[in-house]
Write a protein that binds this ligand. Structure first.
Ligand SMILES: Cc1cc2nc3c(=O)[nH]c(=O)nc-3n(C[C@H](O)[C@H](O)[C@H](O)COP(=O)(O)O)c2cc1C
Length: 198
């Protein structure tokens, strides 16, 4: 089982990275193969609706940046764990740009269909819009026909933490627990689905 974690923060070693890596750590302990991508050092140009990613062009996007490599990793994963900082109660612009660039995967026979998805959000304020951020990520997953899970036992919408400065989330015990519980749910759901396929 392959689980890909993506941090949508432009801060490489920031709170989102810490949280996504924690979730991946739990999945690895349970036996998953994991991979982590930080968008901080990736070039992601935004989709400008040029409409080149159509069947006659093999759904290829003409932009030359780091997105194709990320899309390949998404396609080969069984589950995705995606995290973002709250930026004005939405996902970061960088993550939104990546989401828009996944259009070819949807157009070309829903290549993320059936993959399990979990979402993580961190904000500097306790009520800084983290639930809206999760909803942004989950909406993207729904439009790709992915299967969304929340956090087991703490049983809400996914991983939610509070932290403003780099590393703050380490002290948010309750938030960290939701991230760990999200990872358990992602792992268990993916296992169950793979079992059913065999
Ligand atoms: C442009 C911008 C907008 C932000 N908007 C919010 C917000 O709406 N709600 C919130 O709680 N925190 C907000 N923050 C704070 C970040 O979410 C917070 O610092 C977070 O820990 C950053 O995560 P990172 O370390 O992974 O980059 C904002 C930060 C920036 C730079």
């Amino acid at each position: 089982m392959k689980i890909l974690g993506i941090s949508g923060s432009p801060r490489k070693e920031g709170n989102t990275s810490i949280l996504v890596k924690r979730a991946l750590g739990i999945c690895r302990e349970k036996g998953a193969e994991i991979e982590f991508i930080s968008l901080a050092d990736k070039e992601i140009l935004y989709c400008d609706n040029c409409n080149a990613c159509v069947p006659k062009n093999n759904f290829l996007c003409p932009k030359n940046d780091d997105v194709p490599e990320i899309l390949e990793k998404m396609k080969s994963a069984d589950a995705l764990i995606i995290g973002s900082p709250a930026y004005f109660s939405s996902v970061s612009g960088k993550l939104k740009s990546l989401f828009d660039r996944t259009l070819p995967l949807r157009r070309n026979n829903f290549q993320l269909s059936g993959k399990v998805g979990g979402a993580i959000a961190v904000g500097g304020s306790r009520n800084g819009g983290q639930e809206f951020v999760l909803r942004d990520i989950q909406n993207w997953m729904l439009l790709h026909e992915m299967i969304i899970v929340g956090d087991k036992k703490t049983a809400h919408f996914g991983g939610i933490a509070v932290g403003r400065k780099m590393g703050d989330v380490i002290n948010d015990e309750e938030g960290m627990k939701t991230v760990e519980n999200l990872a358990v749910m992602v792992f268990e759901t993916t296992s169950r689905m793979r079992g059913n396929e065999e």
